[in-house]
Design a protein around this ligand. Structure first.
Ligand code: HEM
Length: 404
């Protein structure tokens, strides 16, 4: 693959395993073709940073919600994995979205996230202490850290983390546009298990509230104006677990790989942990853990350049392409934490901007400097294997030696 790729090959490659392993050459071709262009019937691709950023913030656009699912998949509620995501804020439009988001944002505050720093630091040390000399970084670090942090935040006991990790992994496939029947049935089972678990946890926190996020959400849901219904409360609890799990795992795995591939940047971070915020932003830009998201028009939309979209058009926004747009980031394929004004669209934008962005950033900002200083001999010990996914981008395995 390379600059010779034609337009049709570039579109097609996004649906092929090789194209998903490295979609960036195809994104270059598509972006050079147009900032937006039609794909399948009633669907457009959006490639440029300027247009993706603008459209994410456009209040006239909507996400697919339960009314859409009712139309094209009347039985969607039978798959409890799908139902938990569709009923959550991620797939809800105003006014319900605004109400759910307010309740969650009022409880998942900057203060609550900042208070997690010590928990994250202790957890990172513990995981480093336990790392075997030769291991897979994804399974022994990048998976356990986010699940431990989300469980601590939600007030789920340590003994149940492993159980959660399996369910969350099974449920995450519903965030992908295409999944096998077997994957969907595992997602259904995981959804049922998690709903059952959260019903018990919610009842417990209603009886005896603690200082965890679940207790805070339960109180919000039980407020006089019923900020969240019981069904919404469960769906959003499941969402917090699922939305923040594999995405953060992928940020940690990708980030470590990028740092090992850029030893000078790793050295600079090792000797100056203050560089962590810029390094993490550049990792998010350079290889976004979420590659695309979609919106629908609710009125005719003028994209400029004589492009007029009818009502009900689906816009597929290529976040990974926007982050490598040379108009916004000169020399975009170079990893450079010193570039000015890094503002990737990796956490989306507008009303659905990732609620967990500060937490994900904090985990990565704590983890990378500690990994590099405590394990100065950390190195790749084999070929990393990419996960074959269109939306959630990351490694399935990353063999390392700790150098210890
Ligand atoms: C929404 C990315 C971590 C919770 C989103 C969206 C993106 C995203 C792109 C917007 C989707 C859209 O507009 O269609 C990421 C990435 C993460 C991450 C790249 C890690 C590197 C987390 C964490 C949590 C979380 C740690 C919570 C513990 C959420 C929630 C939403 C969301 C609740 C829905 C917000 C809404 O619909 O109003 N995330 N996320 N995310 N994320 Fe994250």
């Amino acid at each position: 693959m390379g600059i010779d790729m034609d337009f049709d090959t570039a579109v097609g490659s996004l649906f092929q395993p090789e194209g998903r392993i490295d979609p960036y050459p195809a994104y270059d071709v598509l972006r050079a073709h147009a900032a937006a262009f039609p794909g399948m019937e009633n669907q457009w691709w959006v490639t440029s940073h300027a247009l993706v950023s603008r459209l994410l913030r456009d209040p006239s656009l909507r996400v697919a919600d339960k009314s859409d699912y009712d139309q094209f998949w009347p039985d969607w509620r039978d798959n409890r994995g799908v139902a938990s995501v569709v009923l959550s804020m991620l797939q809800t439009n105003p006014p319900d979205h605004s109400r759910m988001r307010r309740a969650a944002a009022a409880t998942f505050t900057a203060r609550r996230v900042a208070a997690m720093r010590d928990v994250i630091t202790a957890q990172v040390h513990e995981l480093i202490d336990e790392l075997p000399a030769e291991t897979d970084f994804v399974s022994s670090f990048a998976y356990p850290l986010p699940i431990a942090v989300i469980c601590a935040l939600l007030g789920i006991p340590e003994s149940e983390r492993h159980w959660f990790r399996q369910r969350a992994a099974d449920l995450t496939v519903v965030l992908e546009p295409i999944s096998s029947e077997e994957e969907m049935s595992r997602a259904d089972k995981a959804g049922r298990d998690l709903e059952d678990y959260f019903v018990g946890l919610v009842a417990d926190r209603q009886r005896s509230p603690g200082d965890d996020l679940t207790s805070a959400l339960v109180q919000a849901a039980g407020a006089e104006d019923a900020v969240l219904t019981g069904e919404e409360l469960l769906a959003n609890l499941v969402l917090l677990l699922v939305a923040g799990f594999e995405t953060t795992t992928n940020l940690l795995g990708t980030g470590l790989q990028v740092l090992l591939d850029h030893p000078r940047e790793a050295d600079r971070l090792r000797s100056d942990a203050e560089r962590a915020p810029a390094v993490v932003e550049e990792i998010l830009r350079y290889d976004s853990p979420v590659q695309l998201t979609s919106r629908f028009t609710t009125t005719p939309l003028d994209l400029g350049d004589g492009k007029h979209l009818g009502t009900g058009t689906m816009l597929t926004m290529l976040l990974g392409s926007a982050n490598r747009d040379p108009e916004r980031y000169p020399d975009p394929h170079r990893f450079d934490p010193d570039r000015p004004n890094i503002q990737p669209v990796s956490f989306g934008g507008g009303a659905h901007y990732c609620l967990g962005a500060p937490l994900a950033r904090l985990e990565a900002q704590v983890a990378f400097p500690l990994l590099l200083t405590r394990l100065p001999g950390l190195a790749l010990a084999g070929e990393p294997v990419r996960r074959d996914r269109l939306v959630l981008r990351g490694y399935a395995s990353l063999p390392i030696t700790t150098g210890a």
